[in-house]
Structures are given as C-alpha cells and as structure tokens.
Write a new protein. Structure first.
Length: 278
C-alpha cells in the first residue's frame, strides 16, 4: 500500500520563511485533495510545493504517490528512484524502495519489484507491509512461471497433435492416391475385359450373320436353279396336255383290266390244284 507522508501541524506557530510557508500550504492542499481521491489536482498542488521549495522531500514523495494513483507508473518510478539516489536516511530509503516495488509490481516487472522489496527490508527490516508485498510478488512470479510452463506444454502438445494430424492427413492423402490408382487400374482392366468381351460378341454376331447371309445366298442360288430348270422344261399346249391325260387314263384302265384278269386266272388255277390233290 502506498504510504503518504502527512505534514504534521504543529500547535505552536513557528516563524518560517515565506517560501517554506508556501511549500507547506501547497502540501497541505495536495494532501486534502489526495485524501478526497482527486489525484490529478493533488499532483498540481505538489508541483507547486516543489516550485516553492525544490528540495522538498515531502512534496516530491507525495507527487510520486499522486502519479502512481493516476497509473502514470513510468513518471512515478522515476520520481521515487530520483529521491532514493541521494537519500541517506534508512527509514526514508525503506519507504522509497517499498513504493518502487509497488510501482514495478503494477508494471508486471516481477523480478525487479522483488529486488526493490528486498532493498526496502534491508533498510527497514520490521515492515510487515513490505514483507507481505514481497511474498505476494514471489507468488505472482511463481504463478506466471506455471502459466508459462503450461503454455509451453500446451504449445508442445498442440505442435505434436498438429504433427500427428498432418501425418494422418498425409497418410489419408497417400491412401486416397493409392486407392485412386488402384481404382483406375481396376477400371482399366475392367474396361479392357469388357472391350474384349464386346469384341468376342461382335465376332460371334458377325460369324452368325455371315452364316445367315451364306444360307440366304445358297437358298437364292437353289431357287434360281429350280426356276431355270422349270424354264428349261418343254412347254405343251392345252390340247397336247388333254391327249396326254387321256392316254394316261387309257393305259391305267388297261392295266387295271389286266390285273383283274390275272387275278381271276390265278384263283381258277388254285382251285383246280386243290381238287386234283383230293
């Protein structure tokens, strides 16, 4: 916690030089504004005090506190460090390094703040507040180291995981390419087999067609030969055909009469033969 040096008002009024009186006036005004948490106006009053008395330790110290409260950490640190360079009083050095430690801690400069608290305790070893802040800074450092370590571990894990994922993806891509190549080869083989089958079927179909064409051709030749034979046979007139038919019918009648006559004679001969045997 930042400590403010309060000006003690003496009950007994002491005659002071005008500059010193002005310094006191501005410091008291700054302290009142500081307690009201109007740190910006308090800064103005402390600067007026330093304008009246350049070597005013109280004005310079409280100015550093006002800057710290406004989160002007760089200016506050410079103010405290400037005072510590020329200070010989151990109590004051303890207060200054305590505030230096607080400022560095707010700036997240943990190692430097730890060293500042240690320096404060070398000059003011019984300060419980400084001891507490020192332990707090050490814990902050440990927590930060743990976070950094976890972050590094997570980064390593993520890196390994990404590498594994990339490896898996590469394997997938490789397998995909292999499958594509295999499928292409398989498709080529299947297409070739299908082409061969189609060619064989076409050859068979062509052979059947050739056979059918040959049969048709042979039948046509046969029909042509029969037609030529019919055309070569002699033609007879209607009268000749009639006479030929009548002649055939006459020959047939004579043949039937002869067959009938032979049949009768055969029966007679058979009968005579039988009677003679008796």
């Amino acid at each position: 916690m930042v400590k403010i040096l309060m000006t003690m008002i003496m009950a007994v009024v002491i005659s002071l030089p005008l500059a010193a009186q002005q310094e006191r006036k501005f410091i008291r005004g700054g302290n009142d504004l500081f307690n009201k948490q109007d740190f910006e106006k308090a800064e103005v009053e402390y600067r007026k005090a330093l304008d009246s008395e350049v070597k005013s330790y109280e004005g310079a110290f409280n100015l550093g506190d006002a800057l710290y409260k406004q989160k002007k950490f760089d200016e506050a640190l410079q103010q405290f460090q400037s005072l510590a360079q020329n200070e010989k009083d151990k109590e004051r050095l303890g207060e200054l390094y305590h505030n230096i430690g607080n400022t560095l801690l707010s700036m997240n400069k943990l190692d430097e703040s730890i060293e500042a608290y240690k320096q404060s305790l070398r000059n003011r070893p019984n300060s419980q507040e400084t001891k507490y802040n020192l332990e707090f800074a050490r814990k902050q450092k440990q927590d930060q180291q743990n976070q950094d370590q976890n972050k590094d571990q997570n980064q390593d894990q993520n890196k390994d995981q990404n590498q594994d994922q990339n490896k898996d993806q590469q394997n997938k891509d490789q397998n995909k390419d292999q499958n594509q190549d295999q499928n292409q080869d398989q498709n080529k083989d299947q297409n070739k087999d299908q082409q061969d089958q189609n060619k064989d079927q076409q050859d068979k179909d062509q052979q059947k067609q050739d056979q059918k064409d040959q049969q048709n051709k042979d039948q046509q030749n046969k029909d042509q030969q029969q037609q030529q034979q019919q055309e070569q046979q002699p033609k007879i007139s209607k009268e000749d055909a009639k006479r030929l038919l009548e002649a055939l019918e006459g020959d047939e009648k004579k043949t039937q009469e002869k067959v009938q006559k032979d049949k009768v004679q055969a029966q007679k001969a058979k009968k005579m033969k039988i009677e003679k045997n008796w």
